[in-house]
Design a protein around this ligand. Structure first.
Ligand code: 6PG
Length: 244
């Protein structure tokens, strides 16, 4: 597995490391750069860093923005992953509307999963019969979920569909998520994980400790791509720094 672990002093340094990777990959890309954004709260800090420090350093017009998952809510709902990106990035950096491919959480979930799968097929090249994204950002839940693939729906890792409808195991909130096969078809997957509350689950997954096999994030392993764990010193406490 082509993976590495990078531990930063704090979330600001983690964000700057992500920005450097994104800048190098986008600016060296010959064509459009198909980027998948993650959801939750962590990306907001990263998007702030990008909009405050990389307005001119990154060739933003080359990036096509997609999402790894979305809550089935309207784009102005506080739970919306799109809203986080809008508030912290799109409202601060001019991005051509045509390059933003939002999951329309306000639609009927089953229809939206089909619609978004079609949008991806129309705009992202296929390799190994799956869309090939250039970079996928992922977060990690304390229960080991990633995107919206939760432990009680582990089969979403190997589903043949590009997108599936799922729901949060506690709130039962409906979600649209990319499936594991699409994620593992990417050129590069970066987990962005901060905070002491994630340390145990990170350790369990990276060091294949007891129960790791029941956790969706344990199955993220790009078949022909690179996996990078961007951690801060709290989430990465006590981990080996060796590249695996
Ligand atoms: C979502 C996600 C989810 C998130 C993790 C981590 O829509 O919630 O995409 O996978 O990335 O739950 O979230 P935090 O960054 O808020 O800890």
């Amino acid at each position: 597995m082509n993976s590495k672990i990078i531990i930063s002093a704090d979330v600001e340094e983690l964000a700057s490391r992500f920005a450097r990777i994104l800048k190098d990959d986008v600016n060296n890309s010959a064509d459009f750069f198909n980027l998948v954004l993650s959801g939750g709260s962590t990306p907001g800090v990263v998007f702030d860093f990008l909009s405050n420090n990389c307005k001119t350093e990154i060739e933003w017009n080359k990036i096509r923005f997609f999402w790894g998952d979305e809550r089935c809510v309207p784009p102005d709902h506080p739970d919306s992953n799109y809203l986080i990106a809008y508030k912290h990035l799109f409202s601060k950096i001019v991005i051509p509307e045509k390059n933003i491919f939002r999951i329309e959480g306000e639609n009927k979930p089953e229809l939206e999963a089909q619609r978004y799968s079609r949008i991806i097929l129309q705009n992202v090249p296929l390799v190994n019969n799956f869309p090939l994204f250039d970079l996928i950002m992922l977060g990690l839940g304390e229960d080991g979920h990633t995107a919206s693939i939760f432990p009680d729906n582990l089969e979403l890792i190997n589903k043949e569909n590009i997108c599936e409808v799922t729901e949060h195991p506690i709130s039962r909130q409906k979600r649209i998520t990319l499936t594991g096969k699409v994620i593992n078809n990417s050129r590069k997957v970066i987990f962005l994980i901060t905070g002491n509350s994630k340390n145990k689950i990170v350790d369990t997954i990276i060091n294949r400790k007891s129960g790791f096999d029941k956790l969706p994030a344990s199955y993220i392993n790009p078949i022909n791509g690179e996996l990078i764990w961007l951690l801060d010193k709290e989430s990465g406490k006590g981990l080996s720094l060796a590249s695996k």
